[in-house]
Write a protein of this length. Structure first.
Length: 445
């Protein structure tokens, strides 16, 4: 009996020693780094490391008094490293968040702290919010960081994305106190308007979009076309808001109806806004409505922002007041260049010039000279686009004389420009991704 009691006592002592050894040798756990940097609103991963692999799954408790929260970093059995990902609140910008390790089962915490410095989000702007480029070229999109101290090492890879979420280019912005440029090739898939934004670690850091207008300069703007059958277009510009034209409009529409002709009317936003009655009469008569800018400026003499505003202000007025989206554009005075063409195509419109200007606006031109000009055998050809003005000299009377000549003598069918395009194998530019074309539906009589 005494023998068995002695053996039992020895076993108990050995077990006690083993337990004491296990307790004494619980691995020390420390932070893998002493400090870090991150932008507010982002996720940060805090990593802890044990002095030796842990024997079982171990939860390490981390407390942050500034966030009033305790977090758990898990170290899997047989491993020596664990981590926890923490979303840093936006209101923590400018603060230092100290994390301390709490006591827990299976590890011995160190007394070291982990200090996380929280910065504001970068504020990135486009050096120029309106940019142009062409097929086959390299596009360079220049950006500026307004608060460069917010860009931290390890979190400085920025993405340039379009409206579809496609990443066009990435840059590692190592010196954010200087400008940087994203660069990529203009491919056919990118033609049109690209709404651009800059992203950092899954967060958009640009408050305002940039607009990159991309075009194929090998495609010529419309003037004289090449239809598959004898056809031409009569176009009528409606530019001046100061000259009231309700009677002139009625007279012109009466002549067009008399000969069964549908024309294309290029309207300024000012005309649509101040002479809405005339604009609606034209639309309801079944004619094509097109964009002629908002206020009739010389487009090559304005900056990109103004150029875009002139085009889109007119489009919006036509859409709001007439319920139709213009798909054609004519530059006032015929003043255009590649940049104008690029912009209007990117906004879903084709640029239309003319074969013959009637000069019905010119003070020195009489009616006979106008008629002679628009029926000249040398310049009037199949696929011609003729320019008249709603307030030009005797517009209705001129049309009443020349349309029978076009139809009966020349054998041309007078059609709207988009129909002439279709007969010539030309397509309209696609509408941009952020807009949908409105199509006019006549009201039931």
């Amino acid at each position: 009996m005494k023998k068995w009691a002695g053996l039992l006592l020895i076993c108990c002592l050995l077990l006690a020693c083993t337990c004491g050894l296990a307790e004494d040798t619980a691995p020390a756990v420390a932070f893998a780094a002493k400090s870090g940097k991150i932008n507010c609103g982002m996720d940060y991963t805090v990593t802890v490391k044990a002095a030796a692999p842990v024997s079982s799954d171990t939860i390490v408790f981390l407390q942050c008094s500034a966030l009033n929260a305790t977090y758990q970093a898990a170290i899997p059995a047989g491993q020596d490293t664990g981590s926890v990902t923490i979303t840093i609140p936006e209101e923590s910008r400018g603060q230092r968040l100290d994390f301390v390790m709490q006591s827990g089962e299976g590890y011995a915490p160190t007394k070291e702290k982990f200090a996380l410095q929280v910065y504001s989000m970068p504020k990135v702007i486009f050096y120029s919010p309106y940019m142009m480029n062409h097929l086959g070229k390299e596009a360079a999109v220049r950006v500026v960081c307004q608060n460069p101290n917010s860009v931290v090492a390890g979190n400085n890879t920025f993405e340039l994305r379009n409206l579809k979420g496609e990443v066009l280019d990435t840059i590692t912005w190592s010196n954010p106190s200087k400008d940087a440029s994203f660069k990529f090739d203009v491919t056919p898939e990118l033609l049109g308007k690209q709404n651009l934004s800059v992203w950092l670690n899954g967060i958009c850091v640009t408050a305002d979009e940039g607009y990159l207008f991309l075009s194929d300069t090998s495609v010529k703007r419309l003037s004289t076309m090449n239809p598959s059958e004898p056809a031409m277009s009569i176009t009528i510009d409606c530019g001046s808001p100061s000259i009231k034209t309700p009677q002139q409009t009625k007279d012109v529409l009466a002549v067009l109806e008399k000969y069964g002709v549908k024309a294309t009317f290029f309207m300024t936003g000012s005309f649509v806004e101040t002479q809405t009655e005339s604009a609606r009469m034209i639309l309801e008569a079944g004619h094509e409505i097109a964009n002629h800018t908002a206020t009739h400026p010389r487009m090559t003499q304005v900056d990109y922002r103004t150029m875009h505003r002139e085009v889109m202000r007119c489009t919006k007025l036509i859409e709001d007041l007439l319920g139709v989206s213009p798909r054609l554009f004519r530059p006032p005075y015929g003043d255009t260049n590649e940049k104008v063409t690029c912009l209007v195509r990117a906004e879903g419109m084709e640029e239309v010039m003319w074969t013959i200007d009637s000069y019905d606006w010119h003070a020195e031109f009489t009616q006979s000279r106008i008629i002679e000009r628009v029926t000249n055998e040398k310049t009037l050809v199949n696929g011609s686009i003729i320019l008249f003005h709603i307030n030009g000299l005797k517009c209705a009377e001129n049309l009443d004389q020349v349309i029978p000549y076009y139809q009966n003598v020349k054998g041309f069918k007078c059609v709207p420009v988009t129909e002439l395009m279709a007969l010539s194998g030309r397509e309209l530019p696609p509408m941009p991704a952020d807009r949908e074309a409105l199509v006019y539906t006549p009201s039931a009589q």
